[in-house]
Design a protein around this ligand. Structure first.
Ligand SMILES: CC(C)(COP(=O)(O)OP(=O)(O)OC[C@H]1O[C@@H](n2cnc3c(N)ncnc32)[C@H](O)[C@@H]1OP(=O)(O)O)[C@@H](O)C(=O)NCCC(=O)NCCS
Length: 313
């Protein structure tokens, strides 16, 4: 059957349909291929957070693919232009329309536009979802860092293990004026900049965010970590740390503030000591992700914690 569709910006009146599409496409894909549909829950309601956060952060940037006849939503693709790159967030096609070029049509103009502006495009893609990995690989994305997604149930009484060194110095950041400092740090260590994201977390008006930071004795930033406490997305990240010990201190403090919750977070597979530390706290592997980029990316140092909301890579 031929599929005729058009692309247009996603608008707030699409949010309900977008939440339903995200939920249905994820449940259907992961259930039919991996028998893991249940991990996305039985309601689309939590998925409203995604278009809402993205509309607030990047108004008018998300792409909708709609059926040319009925106007029904067939696909969504979230786009985040930043100072140093363009990030692509969740891409999803309705189960009935998959395999017919909808995702390629949504992502291709983003790549063309970034190329014109001389910016790389970055994202994180699931390695359990080969359709998504293949889509991005076909479009020229190249993996540069591999991450393991870890989930941990934080007991109501807190993690049983003693806090790692430095955890006692991790403090909460709430001042919006700190956004530039966090962005400067990420740029220095990871080669990407997105000050608006940090101002968004610190303003804390859409979603429910905590921002944690660790500084040395002279007050210089050693790392920071954002945590989403919103029931629709209990997740740590984004964050950057100068080394594994700093990353462990930030993680421990952020987890301690999530007692009774089961957050997920992404840790670089290459950060072997940090991974072992997380296992010792009780973390379990639940997914694998690859950070992929189209176009040259700046060299990076330290430990990055990517997230899906808003997507980094
Ligand atoms: C991943 C997803 C968005 C792809 O959407 P889609 O509309 O079906 O994708 P398209 O039809 O545009 O294109 C898929 C491309 O990947 C290619 N592809 C798919 N499987 C492949 C494989 N195993 N090897 C190589 N290429 C493959 C297709 O040939 C096509 O490339 P082409 O246009 O050059 O022929 C869709 O499967 C989906 O919504 N999944 C559930 C939600 C999800 O997991 N999203 C991604 C995680 S955020």
């Amino acid at each position: 059957m031929n599929l005729s569709f058009t692309l247009r910006p996603l608008v707030p009146s699409d949010h309900e349909a977008a939440a339903r599409l995200l939920h249905r496409s994820l449940v259907t894909w992961y259930q039919s291929r991996l028998g893991q549909g249940a991990r996305f829950g039985d309601s689309h309601e939590p998925f409203r957070l995604f278009p809402e956060v993205y509309a607030s952060l990047d108004p008018g940037q998300a792409v909708a693919a709609v059926d040319a006849d009925s106007g029904d939503l067939l696909g969504v693709c979230f786009v985040h232009p930043r100072e140093t790159h363009v990030a692509v967030g969740i891409v999803a096609t309705s189960p009935e329309a998959q395999g017919r070029g909808v995702a390629r049509a949504m992502v291709s103009p983003v790549l063309d536009d970034a190329r014109r502006r001389g910016l790389p495009v970055r994202l994180v893609s699931s390695l359990l979802n080969l359709d998504s990995f293949s889509l991005y690989s076909r479009l020229g994305f190249v993996p540069h860092t591999f991450y393991q997604d870890l989930a941990i149930s934080v007991p109501v009484a807190g993690l049983a293990a003693a806090p790692p060194q430095g955890a006692e110095r991790v403090h909460s950041v709430t001042d919006v004026a700190e956004a530039a400092r966090l962005a400067d740090f990420e740029q220095a260590w990871q080669g990407i900049r997105r000050e608006r994201d940090y101002a968004f977390f610190l303003r804390n008006q859409v979603g429910a965010w905590d921002v944690w930071a660790l500084e040395d004795a002279a007050g210089a930033l050693e790392g920071f970590l954002v945590a989403s406490q919103h029931p629709s997305c209990v997740m740590l990240g984004p964050g950057v740390a100068r080394d594994e010990a700093t990353a462990a201190a930030l993680l421990w403090r952020a987890l301690d503030a999530m007692r009774g919750l089961s957050p997920v977070f992404l840790v670089p597979c290459a950060a072997a000591g940090l991974v072992q530390q997380c296992y010792a706290w009780g973390a379990r592997n639940v997914e694998l992700h690859a950070a992929q980029a189209s176009g040259p990316i700046s060299p990076s140092r330290g430990i990055a914690f990517p997230t899906f909301l808003p997507e980094t890579g």
